[in-house]
Ligand binder design. Structure first.
Ligand SMILES: [Zn+2]
Length: 568
């Protein structure tokens, strides 16, 4: 963009096309003032091309997991280009960090240089083949889970489509749907356990090679977690156990009473989200009929919040940057990806008409707005904020859009949807703590057996989990962690949701008091992209970064008040 370093479009998924530019960056003479800044700028331009090429391949694969050609193209990139890129990245980092003029760079580059020094410390050439092996196993996990469908009511259904039945007011339908799903999952339990065993071994070896005791200490460095420690995470788990778990039991006690059942079974409440069938026996919320209705409705929501947000959302639609409907062969879940060269965000999800789908859409739109607000920042590294803050953008957008939900709902339905979502925040935090605590244990004890793992999982479920009755499904309960994609695909990416949720609650509390002020705080912080350390990003919006019980209790207390207001 503008530097003249790369003037043409080229296929940046192929190493032979990248190599001449990489060679130049590693070998050009650097003896003028300002040379380093030009070097950084040019490297960023090259990284934009490569990132976009890789992202497009990954999008193509997740939109069509049945295509051998698309999977192969992505794997080629992972196997052929990625190792060379890792080596190049390390050589470039060293060239920059070791240059005598690096200390003269303006403060703008401080955070970047700090991260580069960490990357140099954690880089080991012998880890490259291990990382390829890891990426291949992750791809296999995607393929296995993408292929999971069930025959239900005479039709082949994807898992996201099955989610509709978990909200059925007919308990026998919920049970049948749940059984169909877990039966299908259990066909792959053994293979998924094998994949996880291998991933743990590989990740532990990567950490040891890089000079760390275990993968936990490695990943905290590799993820640039400068602003909170392992102990902070453990304190956060404790705070959640004391503040949220009792409240979750209360919410689920009400559910059990309202449903007039002796015990809650796994088909009465989601162990992950705390959601499920409506406790007053009302039919499931159906905010939209089809993807077109979802898009038009969201456009109205955002325009009503502010013309700026509305304009950003319409741009996504006009640029055909949305793949939203659920279909067979599409990877599960939802995500937002940045196309770094064109600087247009892409949103992927599996919409089947549920309220959860609407929440996902609002969430991913928040990520997309974050990209739009920071798209003017010059360097690729300046535009990609840490996940602990990226999720503030998305989670607070779910909450701040509450007043506009009348676009999709009657007053009564909107009240119900908001209450459900707030309850889910209380119930999700314990699940987050479960997943994070599980990973701490898994990687602190890499020699564990599958039996140990099951036992520890069950122990965490007793500590943080709902009082759901799994009788008859004990074996399944031991491996229910397998439904959590992050454990396979993005290890240790989970506490971020908890940290960000606390940030999002604070943003929402500002917005409830004064909507314009809330949105101004939002925009101000999002425009910073990744140019400031995490605590400063929080501070830019007036948010506190904390893990202690008092902080959690005060935010959840305000949330309870909001729930009482909605009920009144
Ligand atoms: Zn997100």
């Amino acid at each position: 963009m503008g530097s003249g370093f790369i003037t043409e479009d080229f296929d940046a998924a192929q190493w032979e096309n990248i190599e001449p530019y990489a060679h130049d960056l590693l070998n050009r003479e650097l003896n003028c003032s300002g040379c380093l800044e030009t070097l950084i700028k040019d490297c960023s331009t090259l990284a934009e091309h490569i990132s976009e090429a890789g992202t497009l391949l990954s999008i193509a694969m997740t939109c069509d997991t049945e295509s051998e050609a698309k999977r192969q193209a992505y794997l080629d990139f992972i196997e052929n280009a990625q190792p060379k890129l890792s080596e190049f990245g390390d050589a470039f980092n060293r060239r920059l960090a070791d240059h005598p003029a690096v200390g003269d760079l303006p403060p703008r580059y401080d955070l970047m240089i700090k991260c580069i020094r960490t990357d140099i410390e954690t880089f080991r050439e012998e880890n490259i083949p291990l990382q390829i092996e890891e990426a291949k196993l992750e791809t296999e996990h995607s393929t296995i889970t993408g292929a999971m469908t069930v025959e239900f009511e005479g039709e082949e259904k994807t898992f996201p489509q099955m989610a509709l039945y978990f909200e059925s007011t007919d308990r026998s339908i919920r049970e049948a749907a749940w059984r169909a799903v877990v039966e299908r999952m259990s066909q792959d339990t053994e293979r998924l356990s094998e994949i996880y065993d291998k991933l743990i071994r590989i990740r532990h070896q990567i950490a040891v090679n890089a000079g760390f005791d275990d993968y936990r200490s490695y990943i905290f460095e590799a993820k640039h977690r400068y602003d909170y420690s392992m102990e902070d995470c453990l304190e956060f788990h404790d705070s959640i156990e004391r503040v949220c778990v009792p409240m979750m039991h209360e919410i689920q006690g009400l559910r059990r009473e309202a449903l007039r059942v002796a015990t809650l079974r796994p088909w009465d409440v989601s162990e992950k989200s705390g959601g499920g069938v409506d406790i007053h026996g009302r039919p499931p919320l159906r905010p939209f009929e089809d993807v077109e209705g979802l898009i038009t409705g969201c456009s109205n929501v955002f325009h009503d919040m502010s013309p700026e947000l509305g304009g950003m959302f319409d741009m996504l639609r006009e640029r055909e940057s949305l793949d939203l409907e659920s279909r067979k062969g599409k990877a599960p879940g939802g995500y937002q990806a940045n196309l770094e060269k064109t600087r247009i965000p892409f949103i992927f999800m599996n919409a089947a008409g549920t309220h959860d789908n609407l929440s996902t859409m609002l969430h991913e739109a928040g990520h997309a707005f974050h990209s739009c607000y920071s798209s003017d920042l010059e360097l690729i590294g300046e535009r990609n904020p840490p996940l602990e803050f990226a999720e503030v953008a998305s989670m607070s957008m779910e909450l701040m859009s509450h007043p506009q939900w009348s676009v999709f709902y009657s007053d009564e339905e909107a009240r119900r949807a908001k209450l459900d979502d707030l309850e889910k925040i209380v119930c999700f935090l314990p699940w987050m703590a479960t997943i994070d605590a599980f990973q701490h244990w898994v990687y602190a004890n890499p020699e564990h057996t599958r039996e140990d793992r099951s036992e520890h999982w069950l122990e965490l479920r007793r500590r943080f989990g709902p009082k759901t009755d799994w009788s008859g499904f004990e074996e399944l309960k031991e491996t229910s962690w397998q439904g959590q994609l992050h454990l396979f695909q993005v290890p240790f990416y989970y506490i971020e949701y908890g940290i960000a949720q606390l940030g999002a609650l604070q943003m929402w509390h500002y917005h409830r008091r004064d909507a314009a002020d809330g949105l101004a705080r939002y925009a101000r912080a999002m425009r910073l992209g990744n140019t400031k350390p995490l605590p400063e990003l929080f501070r830019a919006a007036g948010l506190d970064l904390g893990f202690d019980e008092e902080h959690v209790a005060s935010l959840i207390g305000e949330l309870s008040e909001a729930m009482a207001e909605i009920r009144a």
